[in-house]
Design a protein around this ligand. Sequence first.
Ligand SMILES: NC(=O)c1ccc[n+]([C@@H]2O[C@H](COP(=O)([O-])OP(=O)(O)OC[C@H]3O[C@@H](n4cnc5c(N)ncnc54)[C@H](O)[C@@H]3O)[C@@H](O)[C@H]2O)c1
Length: 341
Amino acid sequence: MKVLVVGGAGYIGSVTARRLIDRGAEVIIYDNLSTGHRGAAPRGGLFVEGDLADAARLDSLFKGHPVHAVMHFAAFIQVGESMEAPQKYFTNNVANVINLLNVMLQNGVMRFVFSSSAAVYGEPESVPIEESAPLAPNNPYGETKLMVERVLAWYSKLLGLRYAAFRYFNACGAFKGLGEDHHPETHLIPIVLQAALGQRDAVTIYGADYPTPDGTCIRDYVHVADLAEAHILALTAMEEEPALSLPKRQARGVAKGSLVYNLGNGSGHSVKQVIEVARAVTGRPIKAVEGARRPGDAASLVASSRRAVTELGWRPEYADLAAIVRSAWEWHKEHPRGYQG
Ligand SMILES: NC(=O)c1ccc[n+]([C@@H]2O[C@H](COP(=O)([O-])OP(=O)(O)OC[C@H]3O[C@@H](n4cnc5c(N)ncnc54)[C@H](O)[C@@H]3O)[C@@H](O)[C@H]2O)c1
């Protein structure tokens, strides 16, 4: 089976490509290296440097390769930046995805797996969050994810596209020599580990007055290899989907041929708890300072992934936060300068 992994030189895409290759899939990685790293694209896959805006390039790629399914990871991911430069986000995260979908469909490629985000929920009314919760993004980043989900639902209904959209909670951890290396880094675990390595003086806690037990934000941390596994399960589920009964589809409340799932561990950890776990795992004193809240941060985001568990058979292997932080710590110690060395 040939799978095109768009954004496969990035953090989650590279791990998914690795897992696909390990399972015997033929993988083509298409990436413009805007935020990814050539060294992250796993060996055993074909690497093509290119941009999603380049329809002609994509067209010749599909004409040259019988691609069975496309997995899309190629988005800009910084919530704060999306508030300052929304046009950058709507162009890459929406327009370029539509470009890709249109070229795919013209070439008869009908299966698509999309990296969505918990950001589609905005500030949730209650946790754990079910997929049926109100969709109310409070920043352009989350809005771009929701817009693509809506395009996918219409393309599925009207054009026969089969798709899965995964609303990831906080991706973290490392897998088989592949880890998190974003510039700038905005994610808590790598920031905490950079402080443990002495690359930062301290970790800033953005707000300690939230309505949570210790006042800091609560998130659901999910290992990157578990996210990758869900993508592989989706490939099988997309084959089986037409056989699902009508009541089951209606109960799911989404269009025929589509699969929309939260991916998280269902347990929340506060910023202070993550720092504590990292101190225990690394054995290093990690200094933390309290700062102001950031606009757009929800107090608590915890997933219900019941649907992915029951419908896809998804079983997260790395649910324990200490195990997740340990895997990231091993990677950061071996790659103190990320993919640069
Ligand atoms: N990291 C998280 O915690 C998290 C949480 C929720 C959702 N997501 C989603 O998961 C996906 C992957 O996130 P990540 O952390 O791996 O990001 P990343 O920045 O590490 O990877 C994105 C990759 O896509 C490539 N890319 C971007 N625009 C492109 C374009 N126009 N053409 C070709 N390649 C392009 C980049 O070079 C990079 O290699 C994103 O869609 C993101 O929104 C991530």
